[in-house]
Design a protein around this ligand. Structure first.
Ligand code: IPD
Ligand code: CA
Ligand code: CA
Length: 563
């Protein structure tokens, strides 16, 4: 699946066209029922910081046709608010939710089941225009004053510093993948499948040079168009429209900020929409291809696999604000000592993860490091460290991770573990009996059994006791600053063992599940199976995790370290 899961929604800002009252009534009743804030902005009015609060997870809803959706993209993108379009217009490609499905589609968003896709935007600059769009720039010969006057003109195109040539005709289109199914398509431009597609295409409009084919360029290319005569420049179907004089240069390139659009199961998939709306003749609307040709995302999966998938999506969603705040000066609160800090990022990540989990598993308990705790009503409790390695994080060091585990309280064991490093995009995960993986590939620890060949990791080591003993006996002891990553790295075999002087359940539960499923061993300092104790969070719990084969040798020397 492309796109990230939209984990939370607390506020809706709606841009509404005047003739959409019925759909607006439905939206108002939906937000009231779900206790979600609603601000309605009439189309044509700017969306400002007063409408969009940074502290609340907001989505933008447009009610109208594709024009309203494009206006929504322009208004919401600077606020990083994802947009969903309800179509009360006629033919729409972008506003894809039918008003009758509005409640169900938004409930899917609320439950964390919708996906946010990014869409390539462009920037365009010329005399009197400096703007961003998501569809297309249409450069059209200004119609003559006289009925018999000339309706064609010349323009010259450059891609970066290479001259492409002279286009003689009624104009030119430069469109994004999103815009490829509009005017560009009716001028024989190719259709771009939009997922992760970052490009621009130049399509001649009724050019007299019949051999001039469309050209697709990277979104990083600079397209320059020099006008020989006066042309009209139309941005995204009339959102902005100007007449630009002879000899002016139009500069178009990919925008650095993508638009964020929301996709639910109520949108037609892309090719189905083509079949339905453009009469694409390769298949029928309901033809999903040969039965069982592809594995379906919706196939019935067992509970642990589903829980693990939800945890990975929550971790990935939390990774976005973490990546953004990483290394920036931000508010730091000291918890109990100077080495125990908590940042705005910890809270943001925690909010995203816990909301996603509550949406999906409302009966489960939650214990998260910062301030979220709920009892739940069954045997399952989530143990979460939204940001493990806060010290590294605040210094701009990339060794930090999101750590999410599901504990089966009846067994007293973690049964799902996810450790995600947003900077390197390393996703480590496991669930009970299903093996351990890194980004889809199975992982296993090393099989080293000699201390003098091994590489160790350690956590907090107050008097340096562990370092002084094991530094001599091994090939080295490294301290990375994240207990969750330490365990994951032993599971992948990039170290042979890890020692932690004291641990909290949220630091290590996910990593323990991953290391055990990968084939490693995790005990306390005397070799007893490490027991995750959610209630003993104030007690010191030492941990020794290893590939298994070196475990005994490590235990033998631990007492020398006087820890
Ligand atoms: C800390 C890190 C560190 C470990 C500490 C943890 P935090 O977690 O995992 O490596 O040695 O014991 O408290 O505070 O960054 O979430
Ligand atoms: Ca931690
Ligand atoms: Ca933490």
């Amino acid at each position: 699946m492309h796109g990230r899961r939209l984990a939370t929604t607390e506020e809706v800002v709606a841009i509404v066209t005047p003739d959409s009252q019925d759909a607006l009534d439905r939206l108002e009743s939906w937000t009231t029922t779900h206790d979600i804030g609603l601000t309605v902005v009439e189309i044509g009015t700017d969306v400002t910081h007063e409408h969009v609060s940074e502290a609340r997870e907001t989505i933008g809803v447009t009610i109208g046709g594709d024009g309203a959706f494009l206006e929504g993209v322009r208004q919401f993108t600077p606020h990083r608010v994802p947009v969903i379009g309800v179509n009360t217009g006629t033919l729409a490609f972008l506003a894809r939710v039918d008003p009758r499905d509005l409640d169900a589609a938004l409930t899917e968003v609320l439950r964390g089941r919708a996906v946010v896709n990014t869409r390539q935007q462009y920037t365009v600059q010329t005399a009197g225009i400096d703007t961003t769009g998501v569809n297309e720039v249409f450069i059209e010969k200004t119609p003559p004053d006289e009925r018999h006057g000339t309706k064609v003109g010349s323009l010259h195109v450059f891609i970066d510093d290479e001259y492409v040539g002279e286009y003689f005709g009624s104009g030119l289109l430069v469109s994004t993948p999103t815009g490829s199914t509009g005017r560009s398509f009716s001028n024989r431009g190719p259709v771009h499948y939009p997922n992760e597609n970052r490009s621009l295409q130049i399509v001649p409009h009724e050019t007299i040079n019949a051999s001039a084919s469309p050209i697709v360029v990277s979104e990083k290319s600079d397209v320059y168009i020099v006008l020989d005569t006066e042309f009209n420049v139309d941005i995204d179907g009339g959102r902005e429209y100007k007449t630009v004089g002879a000899n002016e240069v139009i500069h178009i390139t990919g925008a650095s900020n993508p638009a964020h659009t929301i996709r639910t199961s109520y949108d037609d998939p892309f090719i189905t929409a083509l079949v339905d709306k453009l009469g694409w003749s390769l298949r029928d609307v309901d033809d999903a291809g040969p039965v069982d040709a592809l594995p379906s995302e919706d196939t019935e999966i067992d509970f642990l696999t589903r829980a693990c998938r939800v945890a990975r999506e929550a971790a990935r969603s939390a990774g976005e604000p973490l990546r953004e705040l990483h290394g920036k000066v931000e508010q730091i609160e000291y918890k109990s000592s100077k080495s125990d800090i908590v940042t705005e990022a910890d809270y943001q990540a925690e909010h995203i993860i816990t909301t996603a989990i509550k949406n999906e598993f409302p009966n489960h308990g939650i214990r998260s490091e910062e301030n979220v705790s709920s009892a739940g009503s069954g045997q399952y409790i989530w143990s979460i460290d939204p940001l493990d390695g806060t010290g590294n994080f605040t210094h701009g060091n990339p060794n930090y991770a999101v750590s999410i585990a599901l504990i089966d309280a009846d067994k007293g064991e973690p049964v799902v573990g996810v450790v995600y490093n947003p900077e390197t995009n390393e996703m480590f995960y496991a669930s009970d009996g299903n093996g351990a993986y890194q980004n889809g590939s199975p992982i296993t620890p090393t099989d080293r059994d000699r201390l003098d060949e091994s590489m160790l990791l350690s956590g907090y080591d107050p008097d340096g006791g562990f370092l002084s003993v094991f530094y001599q006996k091994t090939q080295g002891v490294r301290r990375l600053g994240s207990a969750a990553l330490n365990l994951a790295y032993v599971a992948t075999g990039s170290a042979d063992a890890v020692w932690e002087y004291d641990t909290y359940p949220w630091d290590v539960s996910a990593g323990i599940c991953i290391l055990r499923e990968a084939g490693g061993q995790v005990t306390n300092d005397v070799g007893e199976r490490y027991a995750v104790n959610l209630d003993a969070s104030e007690d010191r719990t030492p941990l020794l995790g290893s590939n298994g084969t070196i475990h005994e040798a490590l235990l033998e020397h631990l007492s020398d370290a006087e820890l």
